[in-house]
Ligand binder design. Structure first.
Ligand SMILES: Nc1ncnc2c1ncn2[C@@H]1O[C@H](COP(=O)(O)OP(=O)(O)OP(=O)(O)O)[C@@H](O)[C@H]1O
Length: 233
């Protein structure tokens, strides 16, 4: 398996607050990696650097892709500061112009999965939290890219939609051998969608093992996280 994402000795601070110090990580092509850890440990900061939204202060992040990297990394948007009046329809038109690979068939498929038609012509600013979450998650898969980054995928979604969307990403990432980075606080979703678990603590990788081994050793991801937060591992 080729190494797709190489993070070499990166450091990142906001003012005096050090988030990462000499941080290293390798992610192989096709791996489905969960990033877990306490609030504020740096998960979002890390995935935003991988998605090239921001840069480390030192060190490097290498994405080993020959294609246009920007087209091949799909990231779930965080709460967008949408201009007043912009609708999901307008945004879809924009993405169609940006992503030449996006076919009508794929567009119809993902609109159905995320149930976008229900609010497609309403301003994004006026949508409910769950509707915005669905739209923001759909953006990550518009181009069906090689690397998918999901940050708190299911927050605010009702149970039916959670099951449907988790099931969609689980199947799709396997079918297309996509590499997944899932920032999550939900152990069950991690077990279903991922094959590797990384816990970040004190600006380092604190835990890194396969989900299979984690379940063998700790019974479940939930049990492991319980021990982690109690300081028992
Ligand atoms: N642009 C910024 N300016 C200043 N501080 C920031 C900025 N972005 C993040 N931080 C700080 O960096 C730290 C890491 O934030 P980050 O959002 O990466 O954590 P996280 O692990 O994703 O947290 P959560 O689980 O709460 O989502 C936090 O203390 C946060 O307040």
């Amino acid at each position: 398996m080729k190494t797709l994402i190489e993070i070499n000795n990166i450091s990142k601070a906001f003012g005096k607050k050090v988030i990462f110090k000499d941080f290293n990580l390798e992610i192989k092509e096709g791996q489905k990696v969960a990033l877990m850890g306490a609030n504020g440990c740096g998960k979002t900061t890390l995935v935003e650097m991988i998605a090239q939204f921001s840069k480390p202060d030192s060190g490097e992040i290498k994405i080993n892709l020959e294609d246009n990297i920007k087209q091949e990394i799909g990231i779930q948007l965080q709460e967008g500061n949408w201009p007043t009046g912009i609708t999901a329809h307008n945004m879809l038109d924009f993405y169609k112009a940006v992503y030449p690979k996006l076919t009508k068939e794929w567009e119809e498929k993902i609109k159905k999965v995320f149930e976008i038609d229900e609010f497609i012509d309403r301003p994004l600013k006026k949508l409910s939290g769950g509707q915005r979450q669905r739209f923001n998650a759909m953006i990550s898969i518009m181009n069906n890219p090689k690397i998918i980054i999901l940050d708190e995928l299911t927050t605010g979604l009702d149970m039916e939609l959670q099951f449907k969307i988790i099931d969609f990403f689980s199947k799709n990432t396997k079918e297309f051998n996509q590499t997944l980075l899932l920032v999550s606080h939900h152990p069950e979703e991690v077990e279903e969608m991922c094959d590797r678990l990384i816990i970040i603590k004190d600006s380092k990788v604190f835990y890194d093992d396969s989900i299979v081994n984690t379940i063998k050793k700790h019974k479940s991801v939930r049990a492991l996280m319980d021990k982690f937060f109690k300081g028992e591992i």
